[in-house]
Design a binder for this molecule. Structure first.
Ligand code: NOJ
Length: 560
């Protein structure tokens, strides 16, 4: 037995007719506020991202998805858009966005931008005028304004609650200063919901799509895709635990059938452009069957599969999620869209570090264990058919920052929930690029959220060239995925028999074995090892001989 070094070369495969790029793409999510700060003001920006594109190219991803960089007062980190056609000055200029798209394309990277159609900022011109001009303003019907209940209209129009806690309604003042109508906001009060029955809303979003398609973007990530259409009459729900119903139960404000007509109109626009432009839905809906509706052939191309973000580190649970997702995709011919981490969720290196209790701040847990499992989970995800979205910093194995002081937190739901929820800042702490220096190479100044003291040891600089580092594991995995024909392709996996706690997943010319147990498990050597998430001893024996798969470890094998 010899120690096995990751990154062993694989045999290039003969090329088949290429499927649409997004079906197998590995997409890297860039959170612009926290990726790289080009002007030293402590806030990441588009010039910062632009300067780091070669890093993404070298990492080996196919595309990047940029969280919102549009003009915005930043009440919800840019998800409160005041103008979809302008760039937030703190993050750069329109010329910076255009330059970024150009440079990315020159490097062979595709660019997906965020689109926020459920709501605008309260500073959006339409909403400002709707409030300033008062009842009778033509801008009023582009949002949901309603008189309140009660003798003086002092009660909200219905019992809907905000995802960010508290009522989903805020009362306005009339131009003469008297209390006026209420408006609907399923998120923060600074994020009024559009009324998608109004033709101007529909037309404007068509124009926004074209605006960015004309600038060369390859796709859109559609925020709150399940929320645009509300049930006729805005009926009461009769429950106060509505936040728990997000993605699990039907409500009159999520997943109404009327949204699909909107996506069909968007698909026509996307298809009219050359170059396989696409859209990926963030759709929290109760069942896989409902998810499938968003990715029918004439609607959006992908919908994030968030179930991997919810699994425990358990072979049986993971297998069920994978099978369900692939089955769902097959019913409509879409490809799976895997995610382990994003900007709204506790990072998976911490999620797997020990039990997390819903509704409480994430706990640091056993960091070494969390990282070991996270590396294994990533290799497993990257061996599945379909596309995978990576969240910036996961390639460094960054943990969630669990000890941010209350006063630096900016997640609007943190304050609205009375500090019982809204811990999303912990996964948004700016990236460490260098071992030392101001903000660890994030920029020349500070960082809008404090970085932990050990951030430098996790930096790109610290990990580059270290064969045991998480960064080099990601680089090796992405290079293999690019070269190997069986990875990412198709829509099926075959599971071989495996001991309890293990998964043996077979793909054309390739096998992925994972052990989620806390003890080594014996499997049969399925081929020649390619890459392992933790150190293993290579099996010198022929395929079919016994192999001890270490705890919390994934190994990739070639069978060709
Ligand atoms: C989902 C986004 O991912 C999240 O960050 C945002 O707060 C809400 N949508 C509201 O736009």
């Amino acid at each position: 037995m010899t120690p096995y070094a990751p990154g062993a070369p694989d045999t290039p495969a003969p090329a088949a007719a290429p499927p649409a790029w997004w079906r197998e793409a590995v997409v890297y999510q860039v959170y612009p506020r926290s990726f790289a700060d080009g002007n030293g003001d402590g806030m990441g920006d588009l010039p910062g991202v632009r300067g780091r594109l070669p890093y993404l190219k070298e990492l080996g991803v196919d595309a990047l998805w940029l969280n919102p960089f549009y003009a915005s007062p930043q009440a919800d980190a840019g998800y409160d858009v005041a103008d979809h056609r302008a760039v937030e000055p703190v993050l750069g200029t329109l010329a910076d966005a255009e330059g970024l798209i150009r440079d990315a394309h020159a490097l062979g990277l595709r660019v997906i931008v965020d689109l926020v159609p459920n709501h605008s900022s309260e500073r959006h011109e339409w909403f400002r005028r709707a409030v300033e001009e008062g009842p009778g303003s033509p801008y009023r019907d582009r949002y949901h304004f309603r008189p309140g209940k009660g003798e003086e209209g002092e009660l909200p129009p219905n019992d809907w609650t905000s995802v960010f806690a508290g009522p989903a309604w805020t009362r306005t003042r009339n131009p003469d200063g008297t209390p006026g109508d209420w408006y609907l906001h399923l998120f923060a009060p600074e994020q009024p919901d559009f009324d998608w029955d109004h033709p101007a809303v529909r037309e404007d979003f068509h124009a926004i799509l074209r605006f960015w398609l004309d600038r060369g973007v390859d796709g859109f990530r559609v925020d709150v895709a399940q929320g645009l259409v509300k049930a006729e009459g805005l009926p009461d729900i009769g429950r106060t635990d509505q936040r728990r119903m997000l993605g699990t139960e039907a409500t009159p404000y999520w997943d109404q059938d009327g949204v699909h007509e909107i996506y069909r109109s968007w698909r026509r626009i996307l298809d009219a452009y050359p170059g396989e432009r696409m859209a990926v839905a963030e759709a929290w809906v109760p069942t896989p069957e409902r998810t499938a509706l968003y990715v029918r052939p004439d609607e959006l191309h992908q919908a994030f599969d968030f179930d991997l973000m919810g699994v425990s580190w358990d072979a049986g649970e993971i297998r069920r999620v994978v099978d369900t997702s692939l089955e769902t995709g097959r019913t409509v011919g879409s490809s799976a869209t895997w995610v382990l981490s994003n900007h709204d969720t506790c990072r998976h290196a911490t999620r797997f570090a020990g039990p997390q209790t819903g509704g409480e701040p994430p706990r640091a847990g056993d960091r070494a264990l969390g990282l070991r499992r996270a590396r294994a989970a990533t290799l497993l995800m990257l061996a599945l058919p379909g596309s995978a979205y990576l969240y910036q910093g996961e390639e460094l194995g960054l943990p969630e920052v669990t000890d941010l002081p209350d006063e630096v937190r900016q997640d609007p739901s943190f304050v609205r929930s009375g500090k019982t929820d809204g811990f999303r800042d912990g996964c948004r702490v700016p990236m460490p690029w260098t071992v030392a220096g101001p903000s660890y190479g994030f920029g020349t100044g500070g960082s809008w959220l404090p970085q932990p003291e050990d951030w430098g040891q996790l930096s790109v600089e610290a990990q580059t060239g270290d064969p045991d580092s998480t960064l080099e594991l990601y680089r090796a995995a992405l290079a293999l995925r690019r070269r190997h024909p069986g990875l990412g392709a198709g829509d099926t996996v075959a599971w071989d028999d495996a001991p309890d706690g293990a998964l043996v997943l077979r793909r054309p010319g390739f096998v992925c074995t994972a052990n989620t147990a806390d003890r080594a498990l014996t499997i049969l050597v399925p081929g020649r090892p390619l890459l392992a998430s933790s150190p293993v001893e290579t099996a010198e024996g022929a395929p079919g001989t016994e192999f001890s798969l270490p705890p919390h470890t994934t190994v990739w094998w070639t069978t060709t």
